[in-house]
Design a protein around this ligand. Structure first.
Ligand SMILES: N[C@@H](CCC(=O)N[C@@H](CS)C(=O)NCC(=O)O)C(=O)O
Length: 231
């Protein structure tokens, strides 16, 4: 279909779930092609020069990068906004999105999820335990201290649920899938915040989709995803 939206990328990726969550919140229909990273061919490199997921296709238009896609979706489909209307709150939401995608991506996702799940399962390489230990003992505590200092007692980081919360919640979920546990006595605000976030219907739904794919062969993933979104 001419105006069909397709997201290329496995929902196991927090960057992919971020854009799927935005589409779901906005009620925009889409298809998802659950491509696994690190396996792209020359065709994929043409649409994603950094060979990363997600990539959005909207009719004839194609663009990579979750933050660019998120902004595009907000501008194309302004209903049910995920960027706050207040300028300062919007800047903060973009900051938390960037903090999650970049800093938490490098210091949480890659050392934990990549080392413990992607390396052994997808790349057939051993986990580097020193990298995992540094993330758990040094980088994650610093990140959680920062988030704890920024969180309100109730609600979300910048008022209503925003792209910043979606990015942080999506990324942290992958840490749990890498057998990490959050010390709720040391970071009670973060624990309560993630609890609230994961009870949001969109987040709950996408987390359960990704959980149903973990541990299943990649060749089963397209059928799992199609069935999930057809239901
Ligand atoms: N800044 C990018 C980061 C996306 C990203 O790093 N995706 C990972 C999967 S979680 C990927 O495709 N990695 C493959 C690679 O780096 O070669 C975004 O927000 O879309």
């Amino acid at each position: 279909m001419k105006d069909e939206i397709t997201i290329i990328g496995t929902p196991i990726s927090p960057y992919v779930r971020k854009v799927l969550a935005i589409l779901d919140i906005k009620g925009v229909p889409f298809r998802c092609v659950p491509q696994i990273p690190f396996t792209g061919d020359a065709d994929f490199t043409r649409i994603s020069p950094l060979r990363r997921i997600p990539v959005l296709k909207h009719g004839d238009f194609t663009i990579p990068d979750s933050s660019v896609i998120a902004q595009y979706l907000e501008e194309k489909f302004p209903e049910n906004p995920v960027y706050p209307s207040d300028v300062e709150a919007r800047a903060r939401a973009r900051w938390f999105e960037e903090y999650a995608d970049d800093h938490m991506g490098r210091n949480v996702l890659f050392p934990l999820f990549f080392q413990r799940r992607v390396r052994p399962v997808v790349l057939k390489e051993p986990t580097d335990e020193a990298v995992v230990a540094k993330a758990i003992n040094e980088d994650l505590p610093e990140i959680l201290d920062y988030l704890e200092s920024q969180l309100p007692d109730e609600g979300y980081l910048c008022g209503p649920l925003s792209v910043g919360d979606i990015a942080i919640g999506s990324l942290m979920r992958n840490a749990f899938w890498a057998d990490w546990t959050l010390d709720a006595t040391r970071w009670p605000g973060v624990a309560a915040y993630l609890g609230r976030l994961y009870r949001e219907p969109t987040m709950a739904k996408l987390n359960s989709l990704a959980e149903s794919m973990l541990g299943r062969s990649p060749k089963d993933h397209p059928a799992i995803v199609d069935e999930f979104f057809a239901a």
